[in-house]
Design a protein around this ligand. Structure first.
Ligand code: ZN
Length: 124
C-alpha cells in the first residue's frame, strides 16, 4: 500500500505511513449520505463539494450557476437582437454544463467513487 503523501511503500493493512506518519485510511470521514443529499438539493451551488472540502471546485460550480442567472436578470427586458441570442446561448451552455457536472457528481456519490479534498473515497 502506497502513501499518497510521500509515496513510500507500506505493508498491507497498515494504518499509518512508516515514513511520514500520515494516515493511510482510504475512506473519507465525510458522510456519503450527507454529501448526496446536499448534491441533490443544492448541487448546482456546489454545496456537496464544499462539504467534502473541495472549496475551489465548489466555488467554480456555484459560479457556473449563479453568473448565468445574474446575467439573465441583468439582460432583462429581453430584446430580439442577434447579440442577445449569443448571450443567451452562452448562458445556456453554462447552465447545461453545470447540470451535467452535478449529475456526474451525484452519480459518483451514489456509486461511492467520489473522493474528498484529501483524495479519500466518500463511501462511508
Ligand atoms: Zn508517507
Amino acid at each position: 500500500m502506497f502513501c499518497i503523501n510521500c509515496h513510500a511503500s507500506n505493508i498491507e493493512n497498515a494504518r499509518f505511513c512508516n515514513r511520514c506518519g500520515r494516515s493511510l485510511e482510504t475512506v473519507s470521514n465525510k458522510s456519503r449520505m450527507t454529501a448526496l443529499v446536499l448534491g441533490v438539493t443544492l448541487g448546482t451551488l456546489g454545496a456537496h463539494r464544499a462539504y467534502i472540502g473541495k472549496y475551489t471546485t465548489a466555488l467554480i460550480q456555484c459560479a457556473t450557476f449563479v453568473i448565468p442567472l445574474a446575467a439573465l436578470i441583468a439582460l432583462y427586458p429581453w430584446q430580439t437582437t442577434s447579440l442577445l441570442i449569443i448571450q443567451l446561448s452562452l448562458i445556456g451552455v453554462s447552465l447545461v454544463g453545470n447540470a451535467i457536472w452535478v449529475i456526474v457528481d451525484v452519480s459518483q456519490l451514489i456509486s461511492g467513487t467520489m473522493t474528498d479534498a484529501t483524495m479519500k473515497r466518500v463511501a462511508r
